[in-house]
Design a protein around this ligand. Structure first.
Ligand SMILES: [Zn+2]
Length: 286
């Protein structure tokens, strides 16, 4: 019954809001992550992105013109996370997203941290995105425009991964709701091994194989691993093959097969591990 109701609603939606074919073609040719999809997957993604664009409030900074391909491309990248799931599961996964708030560029927040002596220091923190439980997904427009390729960097996927993570709690703690056929203890074991490896690299003064922002917090570990899974799978599968397989199972898709026809890691396309922006500083997500 629910299934038929959803079908009826989807039909009615598309009758009222005809799908923008031309804008979608632009998205497909402009964003390498989307271009790599086969026609069937691209069609499913396009419809879901179009649906989200109407269902979620998108706030655009004053004086900025964000055209339809950009808006559609933003929700298409968010929908990559749920592409392998049924329409119903995909919709439920982002039920906690009410608004996407675009800010022109990197933004500042006051943050605080405790030093070794137990003194709390406040400092201005520069961010390119942040996500709060029951709050908007906040994204820097400059960084949205830089997302969409196979670089290992994608602020949209990162922040929407936090929303998935918050599907079962108010905090993003690296433990999203799992499907019935996945074991929570396996999830915990695989992520803990990655976490320990990241900490070990840092303790030895070495660069970890993925962005060290993943080592800052288990929630960030999940979000950064999602960025790599979707936009630099060849790096993730080489660094942490068991984690790659776990995410392949969880997301019900394999971006590596989209990147390389053989589905094998292609070392020629390795990404630069530094994610410094043109401004010369490294901006955190949250
Ligand atoms: Zn984050």
């Amino acid at each position: 019954m629910l299934h038929r109701w959803r079908q009826w609603r989807a039909k009615r939606f598309i009758a009222r809001h005809p799908f923008p074919q031309q804008a979608w073609q632009e998205v497909r040719s402009n964003l390498p992550l989307i271009e790599a999809l086969d026609d069937e997957a691209a069609k499913r993604l396009g419809l879901r992105a179009w649906y989200l664009l109407h269902r979620k409030r998108l706030s655009i900074p004053e004086g900025h013109d964000v055209d339809l391909p950009t808006r559609l491309g933003l929700f298409a990248q968010a929908s990559l996370l749920t592409l392998g799931w049924s329409d119903a599961d995909a919709e439920d996964a982002f039920a906690n997203v009410h608004e996407v708030l675009l800010l022109p560029d990197v933004f500042r927040r006051r943050a605080s941290a405790m030093d070794d002596a137990g003194v709390i220091h406040e400092y201005p923190d520069e961010r390119i995105g942040e996500t709060w439980y029951q709050g908007p997904v906040v994204l820097s427009l400059v960084d949205v425009m830089e997302s969409g390729d196979w670089s290992g960097f994608n602020v949209i996927i990162h922040e929407f991964a936090h929303k998935l993570d918050m599907g079962n709690s108010q905090e993003a703690e690296g433990f999203p709701p799992l499907p019935a056929d996945m074991s929570a203890s396996v999830w915990h074991r695989v992520f803990s091994a990655v976490w320990d490896d990241l900490q070990e690299h840092l303790a030895r003064g070495k660069n970890p194989p993925i962005d060290d922002y993943a080592a800052s917090d288990p929630g960030e570990c999940f979000a950064v691993c999602c960025e790599y899974f979707f936009t630099a799978p060849q790096v993730l599968v080489r660094a942490y093959p068991e984690l790659y397989s776990l995410l392949e199972h969880y997301f019900q898709q394999s971006p590596l097969k989209r990147l390389t026809p053989t589905g094998q890691p292609d070392h020629s396309g390795d990404v630069d591990q530094t994610r410094e922006r043109s401004g010369g500083f490294e901006s955190g997500h949250f």
